[in-house]
Design a protein around this ligand. Structure first.
Ligand code: PLP
Length: 414
């Protein structure tokens, strides 16, 4: 088939806008008539710096990122950030404590007070918490809430905020804004993590936005950091973006020395995972794939061109597409069971089961593929169907899927 025959609902990597891929293919061969492809130019060339800075500026403009935040392009994927966040925010916690209490009490403060808080609502936040336990020990990881306890050991809900057990002065509170595998999305910024009254900055909140970034407006000011891999809504696999408050970077804050951390029995991050180092070098501490940044930049330019009101324009379309698909499923409650609770249904990863189980689901995937609707198989860990409704899926693609959902059900009902 040709590209125009296919609507791709894969969960990541996802599809990309056709014009971006055409442009990127050309850029790989001969970038701007330089006689060299974009992946061959030095990451330290003016060409590379321009691409990098433009992508940063366009991301800041599209998401309305304030000036007191830094944008970092990193490697190691979303999974790398599970580790990087823990390392860096523990470092910031130690630096803060040392300023507050000096060196003498540090050792015992680490033992009693150092906590990393995790809100677990799906497979990815669970992995992030497990990584923190591996690096720092279970005694330093506090599970604020666990979506599984409410739902037969399966993900599909977000526990009531009134039941959350937040630590006092945690090094960070972590959550995953959209759980790609389980189809659970936070409906908005959690009330209990909001900054408090004047003078109270509120908790240090960090979030994984790998699978819903660029699809809705986010209150950046409420976060100390967010991160997202490029391979869903931003571009191709290979770069991960971190947006971090500058107050966690020099000159405001520096990571504690390796010697001090060793004395405290705490691990230090590899250099390439140290936000301070990456920020100081404008994301060019080591070789960065400028091709990946170029593709992300093209995606952002396309979005900015398409939506004069920026991310809010895309948010309306994302909502419309998700509603079309959920409505089609809801029209046949005997055939389709939507996995997550209604209030936390993801607009990006639409997860459902089909009456009859695996064999009927297999038929659904096959019949869908025959119509050009591909990538519908659920994650191997949970099974079922997952339609990933990322930004590159056009409205007509969502309409086609909704129509197929209806036709498949009618066929089974008769
Ligand atoms: N976080 C979320 C929400 C994801 O969907 C994924 C991957 O699908 C990851 C993290 C892990 O990203 P990576 O595969 O880049 O390590």
């Amino acid at each position: 088939p040709s590209r125009s025959d296919i609507t791709y609902f894969g969960a990541g990597p996802s599809g990309l806008p056709h014009e971006v891929i055409e442009d990127a293919a050309q850029a790989l061969v001969n970038f701007n008539n330089t006689g060299l492809g974009i992946a061959e130019h030095s990451h330290r060339s003016n060409i590379a710096t321009t691409i990098l800075n433009e992508a940063k500026a366009d991301l800041a403009s599209y998401l309305d990122i304030p000036d007191d935040y830094e944008i970092l392009f990193m490697q190691g994927g979303g999974s790398g950030e599970f580790s990087a966040l823990a390392y860096n925010f523990v470092g910031a916690w130690v630096a803060r404590k040392q300023r507050e209490i000096g060196f003498d009490g540090l050792n015992s403060a680490v033992k009693t007070d150092l906590k990393l808080d995790y809100i677990i609502t799906g497979s990815w936040s669970q992995k992030a918490a497990a990584e923190a336990e591996r690096l720092f020990g279970e005694e330093h990881v506090n599970i604020v809430a666990d979506g599984r306890k409410m739902n037969d050991g399966k993900f599909g809900s977000i526990p009531e905020e009134s039941t959350w057990k937040l630590s006092k002065g945690a090094a960070m509170v972590y959550y995953c804004d959209n759980e790609t595998v389980d189809g659970v999305e936070f409906p908005g910024f959690p009330k209990s993590l909001e900054p408090g009254l004047e003078g109270d900055d509120g908790p240090i909140v960090v979030a994984d936005m790998s699978s819903n970034i660029l699809s809705r407006k986010i209150p950046i000011k409420n976060f100390s950091a967010i991160f997202f891999g490029a391979q869903k809504n931003l571009g191709v696999t290979g770069i991960t973006v971190v947006v971090i408050k500058k107050s966690f970077l020099p000159p405001a804050t520096s990571q504690p020395s390796a010697t001090l951390m060793r004395q405290l029995g705490l691990p230090i991050p590899p250099r390439v995972f140290e936000y301070e180092t990456v920020a100081k070098n404008n994301s060019l501490y080591n070789t960065l794939s400028i091709f990946d940044v170029y593709v992300a930049g093209r995606v952002l330019k396309g979005l900015l061109l398409q939506h004069p009101d920026k991310v809010e324009g895309q948010q309306a379309i994302s909502q419309q597409k998700a509603q079309l698909i959920y409505k089609a499923l809801e029209a046949h409650p005997d055939v389709y069971k939507i996995v997550p609770d209604k209030t936390v249904r993801s607009r990006m990863n639409i997860c459902f089961r089909i009456e009859g189980g695996d064999s009927v689901e297999k038929t659904f995937v096959e019949e869908g593929a025959a119509l050009g609707l591909t990538g519908l198989k659920g994650h191997r860990s949970v099974g079922g169907i997952r339609a990933s409704n990322y930004n590159a899926v056009p409205l007509e693609g969502a309409e086609k899927l909704a129509e197929f959902i209806g036709a498949f059900a009618s066929h089974r009902e008769t």
